[in-house]
Design a protein around this ligand. Structure first.
Ligand code: TMP
Ligand code: ASP
Length: 250
């Protein structure tokens, strides 16, 4: 990462790497304690990083998808950490203390919950299911009941309720957006964080890494399951999701 950029973002000067995760790096910015730079990487991991890969342009594609979706959600009155884009790979975002819960919303059963309950993948749900997983790589992000989330001090009762309400609102907005581009939103994972005043914002990313998206016509998977399950055409699927989103959001 260079110390400054030439594009729209000359006002932001990158200071130092403060965190590196599986798919993103977080940098501090000179003179700003309350905002950070989030850089999207080309790497792709699954099963708690037991399976590793990458593809060229993945960081750029996921950055663009996240920017489009966070911009769309902001218009739908969802408070997000996104402030502005920074070059091809990065965004400027509010610095938040991440709540250690992965909030998963399911509209159709697939993945871990289908497997755990012995139900067929593709079983539609009468109403969306919200689940919490504890963000802890060493424990492989276990499922938490609400009471377990409280026991772990991950959030308060009121915060758990707010996370569910926000996740369901995001779900409704995304279902109607993806329907316009012939995709079914099967499930997704979001993360939230708190600013220095304790206000909660949608954080992290929304990309094919953390959603299941099935083409409405062909039922083709257009998300990270292509990588998890060795289905091929991973790069092409992510790019197709981006291209379809651009048609309705730009
Ligand atoms: P799952 O079926 O493996 O529990 O995943 C549900 C959805 O949440 C799926 O779209 C992938 C996403 N997800 C992540 O992005 N990261 C995670 O750590 C987990 C548990 C799920
Ligand atoms: N557990 C998630 C997955 O299987 C995320 C990860 O491990 O990177 O995709």
């Amino acid at each position: 990462m260079s110390q400054s950029t030439k594009d729209s973002s000359e006002k932001w000067v990158v200071s130092e790497l403060i965190y590196e995760g599986k798919a993103k790096k977080i940098f501090s910015l000179q003179g700003h304690d309350d905002i950070v730079l989030v850089e999207f990487k080309d790497s792709l991991t699954a099963f708690n990083a037991l399976k590793k890969g990458e593809f060229e342009n993945k960081g750029k594609v996921n950055r663009e998808i996240t920017s489009l979706l966070f911009g769309y959600l902001t218009k739908g009155h969802v408070a997000t950490h996104w402030i502005e884009d920074f070059g091809a790979l990065s965004v400027i975002a509010k610095k938040l203390k991440i709540i250690p819960l992965e909030v998963v919303v399911r509209n159709v059963l697939a993945g871990s919950t289908a497997k755990k309950l012995g139900l067929a993948e593709g079983t539609p749900l009468k109403k969306p299911l919200v689940e919490f997983y504890y963000k802890d790589d060493a424990l492989a992000d276990p499922f938490l009941s609400d009471d377990q989330a409280l026991m772990m001090n991950a959030a308060t009762t009121e915060e758990l309720q707010l996370l569910k309400t926000e996740a369901l609102k995001i779900n409704s907005l995304l279902i109607s957006l993806f329907a316009k581009i012939n995709l079914d939103l099967i499930d997704f994972k979001v993360e939230f964080g708190k600013d220095s005043f304790g206000k909660i914002f949608l954080a992290d990313e929304i990309t094919p890494d953390c959603c299941r998206l099935w083409d409405k016509t062909t039922s083709e998977k257009m998300d990270k399951d292509r990588f998890r399950r060795d289905l091929g055409l991973i790069k092409e699927s992510y790019e197709e999701v981006l291209n379809r989103l651009k048609k309705v959001l730009i």
